[in-house]
Write a protein that binds this ligand. Structure first.
Ligand SMILES: Cc1cc2nc3c(=O)[nH]c(=O)nc-3n(C[C@H](O)[C@H](O)[C@H](O)COP(=O)(O)OP(=O)(O)OC[C@H]3O[C@@H](n4cnc5c(N)ncnc54)[C@H](O)[C@@H]3O)c2cc1C
Ligand code: SF4
Length: 329
């Protein structure tokens, strides 16, 4: 690991200014992803600006009845919060499906959102990788891509976003609060993340000195009837092969509203808007769920070793929506 310096700023503005003014400075959350990447030589920051002691570690009721979650809140504390468990079960379930107890005790909301892909070539500095070294190539396309993207990838990169929590937040229409050199702003998850296109080294639209300060959830509404299901190669301590976050509102047997996001299939948490649109006003039946998700998957461009994800996503989405419809009945 390259030598680095460490600072603990007193406030968010100081943290932003320090990163903005210092080449090679980055924010440090729980360090569970960043420090691993430093050990592997993928990242070599000159200065770590520790943001875990900033006053961003509270979960508070927001105006309008939602929840404002500080970016420094640890994943285990968020999963255990009684309001999250009762009002946004999809989020608590997604958090508990991620990593291990020890990691969740360290991992922060901000760091979880900005964790990097687990593509093997990205993590191996002896291999080319357009995301790590732009222009060097993408060996995953012809190599190991079993767990990489079937939606939203490009010729340059087919990495998947690894976070479970972000998939639930995408389905919940969460709003991300950011403090940057020009002040504060908010953005949706759609606006936070970007597809690789021909610039795969940029995972998000954030500037280097943009600090995530909080995530806000809208009032729960029908999110109370929501669920997260994760398919993985072993029962715990494994990243998703695919995952589904869904919330469903059914009245008189018809879909009144639905939120659907799929994980581990795209470079971003994939909000399945085409499937949502196809379901509105339709009978809440297994057939309707399957034809809606298959409409979403029409855009899939799988490669040889990840084509299995197409029927897998179809089956898991159909199962989760059927389960939610059953509980509504
Ligand atoms: C063995 C293992 C298994 C795992 N399994 C899973 C899993 O199954 N599912 C899953 O979702 N995750 C999993 N993870 C990943 C884990 O969830 C992430 O490492 C963690 O959430 C990152 O949070 P952190 O606070 O430690 O971030 P850090 O490592 O501190 O930071 C990550 C990135 O975010 C930036 N950053 C941190 N805070 C902020 C902020 N407030 N504003 C702007 N930038 C910021 C950092 O500069 C860095 O680029 C696993 C990790 C390990 C090591
Ligand atoms: S898929 Fe993306 S991260 Fe993986 S090797 Fe290709 S460019 Fe790198």
């Amino acid at each position: 690991m390259q030598p680095f310096q460490y600072q603990r700023p007193a406030d968010a503005a100081g943290a932003v200014a320090t990163v903005a003014e210092t080449d090679g400075a980055v924010f440090l959350g729980g360090g569970t992803n960043l420090v691993d990447l430093m050990k592997l030589g993928v990242e070599a920051p000159g200065l770590l600006v520790d943001v875990t002691r900033l006053p961003m570690n509270r979960i508070e009721r927001a105006g309008g009845g939602g929840l404002r979650i500080g970016a420094g809140v640890r994943n285990s504390d968020l999963a255990a919060d009684p309001r999250v468990r009762a009002e946004y079960p999809v989020l608590a379930q997604a958090l508990l499906a991620g990593a291990s107890g020890q990691l969740r005790n360290m991992a922060t909301v901000g760091g979880n959102l900005l964790q990097r892909t687990r593509c093997l070539y990205f993590q191996d500095v002896t291999k080319p990788c357009n995301k790590r070294r732009p222009g060097s190539g993408c060996p995953a396309r012809t190599g190991d891509h079993r767990n990489l993207a079937i939606l939203g990838g490009s010729q340059q990169c087919i990495a998947t976003h690894p976070s479970d929590m972000a998939v639930a937040l995408a389905a919940l229409d969460a709003v991300v609060h950011v403090e940057g050199a020009a002040g504060e702003r908010t953005m949706s998850l759609d606006e936070l993340y970007r597809l690789p296109g021909d610039q795969p080294d940029r995972d998000t639209t954030l500037a280097r000195s943009d600090l995530i300060t909080a995530v806000e959830l809208p009032p729960p509404g029908f999110a109370r009837r929501s669920a997260y299901r994760k398919v993985r190669d072993r029962a715990s301590y494994a990243f998703a092969v695919t995952s589904v976050a869904a919330a469903l509102d059914v009245a008189d047997g018809q879909v009144r509203d639905v939120r659907l996001a799929v994980g581990a299939v795209a470079p971003v948490p994939w909000r399945a808007r085409r499937a949502e649109q196809a379901l509105l006003g339709r009978p809440a039946t297994e057939d309707a769920f399957r034809s809606a998700v298959d409409a979403e998957l029409a855009a899939a461009a799988p490669l040889r070793h990840n084509a299995f994800k197409v029927p897998l996503v179809s089956n898991v989405v159909t199962a989760v929506l059927s389960q939610l419809a059953g509980s509504a009945a």
